[in-house]
Design a binder for this molecule. Sequence first.
Ligand SMILES: CC(C)(COP(=O)(O)OP(=O)(O)OC[C@H]1O[C@@H](n2cnc3c(N)ncnc32)[C@H](O)[C@@H]1OP(=O)(O)O)[C@@H](O)C(=O)NCCC(=O)NCCS
Length: 133
Amino acid sequence: MSSNNQPWTFYGRRLVQTGNLNHNDTLFGGTMMSWIDEEIYIYAKCQLGNQDDMTMVTARFGEINFRSPAHKGNIIEFGMKTTMLGRTSITVDVLVRNKSTHSIICEVNDVTFVCVDPETMAPKPHGIKECKQ
Ligand SMILES: CC(C)(COP(=O)(O)OP(=O)(O)OC[C@H]1O[C@@H](n2cnc3c(N)ncnc32)[C@H](O)[C@@H]1OP(=O)(O)O)[C@@H](O)C(=O)NCCC(=O)NCCS
């Protein structure tokens, strides 16, 4: 999926609960997208040094592929890879999998967050040349 050959690093985990399900009793795709957005925000902000005077906005969600359903009681985990570090932006690929079976639930390419000044919301250089992990 990714042109980047770095291994995935898994960060956040979530428990699929009753309130997260759709009418088919599987994890609702909209909830998954919202979780991914939040997980990437946390990952990207930490990669960029978690500076308090900087916030970020989602500029782009690339291709999203839902590969297999997640069910109530599943613990899922979010793998991240940085694919590009720009002047004000960071672009990430994401792989969501079932923690116990490792079956792939969802893949997302090219999610770009842009650092912005919290007051003006204008793009702001993050000043980072290398990710922090
Ligand atoms: C994202 C946003 C700040 C970019 O502002 P802009 O004036 O178009 O920014 P610029 O053209 O100067 O580009 C700034 C950076 O953003 C990147 N960028 C902007 N739009 C992008 C897109 N659609 N996809 C990928 N990167 C994008 C540029 O490549 C550039 O990166 P770099 O500095 O690392 O080289 C602006 O479009 C915005 O506020 N969008 C709404 C964000 C939002 O509300 N998100 C949902 C809630 S968080």
